[in-house]
Design a protein around this ligand. Structure first.
Ligand code: KL2
Length: 630
């Protein structure tokens, strides 16, 4: 009786709170836009439960602006001075003592020491330019931004007030609009940022100004009430639910090296301080339990992101790229929801192998879900979370596939149970490959016939069919010396006898010293496989109007290259050829944050924009795991 009364009272209150914080979030974004002309974006990230209506938003905005720099990033700046000697991340230690990770041991290693340790292991050497990414295309000006934006259909994505609901003057007062409708304040010449669009009228946003938060509104798509194959709805019986975000946050160094790609952006919104504040606000708003980041610049990670995320309750792990690039991947998890079982950094660079001479990396964590005490003595399987950023070069699909093979082999090793099956897996990141490309289909279908395929075809990013010379994929795709089979498994884990393995979980990653790979093992002819049974959270077309989903917008061309894949059991009559996988395996997809169309992002001046501070959108999904009685 008391419980049901509480339910009736608490549920509406919780919903109201959510609605209020959503409204505040959008106001705060506009405030950030208004402040974008200042070199430092101020304000703390705490969200106040405030009213959702426009008036209140404006009031809040004014109040926030008046507060000015007095509250300069209070939550963040505290973190900046945290002694690195007590940093949380103790990856090397964990690798030495898997399973013995505890608070005391974490304190023994400073984050900088660990970083140095890795750097030493990586034997970094400067690489000649030729080993880097393809040279940037010549860009004379932001051509794409000059194309007139169609302001019609994209508003189908807006979940809040329709366009005509407020008077035009109100929009004009909106700081999101003002910031983009007027030229920036004149500043002394020596301080003036180079803004290449001075006087280029066609680059102004469309005349009917819509606040960014309206254009870029993202729906939560809820699947929790859809019954699964067993007819069970989410929440039938005890379950463990969590959310995961995957986000390429655009490394500042990479952005500066490829500044031609960002000519459409006002320089103020490209400053790291502005973008950092915006990104943190996004993390705080969506509040994921697991955060998988790509393009995390090392200094920004140690000095700002890690301390801030730690204060938000995350424990974070980082793997920097090999070579001279300064960014890498990070995986963070809420310590109230998960306990770390193991962390495995993955380097794709292999000295002496031309196929693997690029500096991309991945990071694989095995996490033990922490079941709330109220559920009693129940158990949940560990969860394997794998995050990577694959090579960009659209011509080198051969390299991308070899990188993916190493990544899948690591995931297989970390997630493998003693009976040969796998624990639930989430594989996410920026794969620099589009949906339905051979690389994408390989992950989803578990098989790829690659022999004779032009290397550029693998990722589907660009069509190079007109070029005379085309590198073709030859079998075997990678040499046996890599120690990885055509099923994307380490040779050692394939050949290991069951009886040699102790029962339980941790054994597969205790063995860090992989012995010399056996020189010969059977290779297939022109086919690679994996057995992880993965399917994508996103379906790559928007439900409302069937347009392609976009996760990034290089030079105004929208495409999907970011993914969250997750374990799904094969259908009962699971036939590999029908390419169908059910979504009701050990991980159930409860919902996802909708993506946007290219047209919608055009209307917001592409990416990054004052509201979204990366050239990628974040991906967010909610899952449920089965909880079993012991
Ligand atoms: O597409 V990305 O952006 O996932 O957002 O991944 C790579 C590219 C990232 C890391 O290498 O840098 C970007 N043209 C355009 N973008 C490039 C290029 C290039 N030639 N090289 C690297 N990137």
């Amino acid at each position: 009786m008391i419980a049901s009364c509480l339910c009736y009272l608490l549920l509406p209150v919780a919903r109201l709170f959510r609605a209020l914080s959503d409204a505040f979030f959008t106001c705060r974004k506009n405030a950030l836009v208004a402040k974008s002309s200042s070199p430092q974006v101020d304000g703390n990230f705490a969200m106040a439960p405030r009213g959702p209506d426009q008036e209140e938003c404006e009031g809040l905005l004014q109040q926030w602006q008046e507060e000015g720099s007095g509250q300069a990033l209070s939550t963040v700046s505290e973190g900046l001075f945290v002694d690195k000697g007590v940093a949380q991340s103790s990856l090397a230690l964990l690798m030495d003592n898997p399973g013995e990770q505890d608070a005391a041991s974490e304190d023994k290693w400073s984050s900088r020491q660990l970083s140095d340790l890795w750097a030493a292991e990586n034997l970094e050497e400067p690489f000649p330019e030729v080993l880097g990414e393809e040279p940037l295309p010549e860009v004379e000006g932001p051509m794409w931004a000059a194309v007139p934006v169609q302001t019609g259909p994209q508003y189908a994505d807006c979940a809040v007030l329709p366009v005509g609901a407020l008077a035009a003057e109100q929009w004009e007062e909106d700081p999101a609009v003002v910031a983009w409708s007027i030229a920036p304040e004149p500043v002394p010449q020596e301080e003036a940022p180079i803004w290449p669009f001075e006087g280029l009228g066609q680059l102004q946003p469309p005349s009917l100004e819509i606040p960014y938060h309206e254009i870029l509104w993202r729906e939560w798509e809820d699947f929790s009430t859809q019954p699964d194959a067993q007819g069970l709805e989410a929440g039938d019986g005890p379950q463990f639910q969590f959310t995961l975000m995957s986000y390429n946050i655009l490394a500042q160094d990479l952005m500066q090296q490829s500044s031609e790609l960002y000519l459409h952006c006002h320089p103020d919104i490209l400053s790291w301080n502005y973008r950092f504040a915006n990104l943190m606000q996004e993390f705080q708003h969506w509040d994921p339990d697991i955060l998988c980041l790509q393009e995390v610049q090392e200094d920004h990670y140690w000095e700002q992101l890690e301390p801030s995320l730690r204060m938000m309750g995350f424990s974070c792990f980082y793997k920097r790229r090999t070579g001279y690039k300064t960014d890498g991947c990070a995986v963070c998890y809420k310590t109230t929801r998960f306990r770390l079982l193991c962390a495995s950094p993955v380097e794709y660079f292999r000295p002496g192998l031309e196929l693997l001479n690029r500096d991309n990396v991945g990071l694989v964590l095995l996490l033990q879900p922490l079941v709330p005490e109220r559920l009693g003595q129940v158990s949940v399987a560990p969860l394997c979370v794998a995050n990577t950023h694959v090579l960009y070069n659209p011509r080198r699909g051969d390299v991308k596939l070899a990188q993916m093979a190493i990544f899948l082999a690591e995931v297989d090793k970390v997630a493998r149970l003693s009976d040969g099956s796998h624990c639930p897996i989430i594989l996410c990141g920026d794969l620099n490959s589009v949906p339905d490309s051979p690389l994408y289909n390989f992950i989803r279908d578990g098989e790829l016939q690659y022999h004779g395929m032009p290397a550029w075809k693998v990722s589907g990013q660009e069509d190079f069919s007109h070029q005379l010379y085309q590198r073709k994929l030859q079998a075997p795709l990678w040499p046996s010396s890599l120690g990885i089979t055509d099923c994307c498994q380490y040779v050692t884990s394939c050949h290991r006898k069951r009886s040699e393995r102790p029962a339980g979980w941790a054994e597969s990653f205790v063995e860090e010293d992989i012995p010399e790979p056996e020189p010969d093992f059977p290779r297939t002819v022109g086919t690679i496989q994996h057995c992880l049974h993965l399917t994508s959270v996103y379906t790559h077309f928007l439900p409302q109007h069937g347009r392609p989903e976009v996760t990034t917008m290089p030079l105004g061309l929208g495409m999907t290259v970011d993914y969250i894949f997750f374990s799904a059991e094969s259908c009962e009559n699971g036939n590999r050829t029908d390419r169908r996988l059910c979504r009701d395996g050990t991980l159930k997809l409860l919902g996802r944050l909708s993506l946007l169309s290219e047209e919608t992002l055009w209307a917001a001046n592409g990416l990054p924009n004052p509201f979204c501070s990366s050239d990628h959108l974040c991906l967010l999904a909610s899952f449920e795991m089965e909880v079993t009685a012991p």
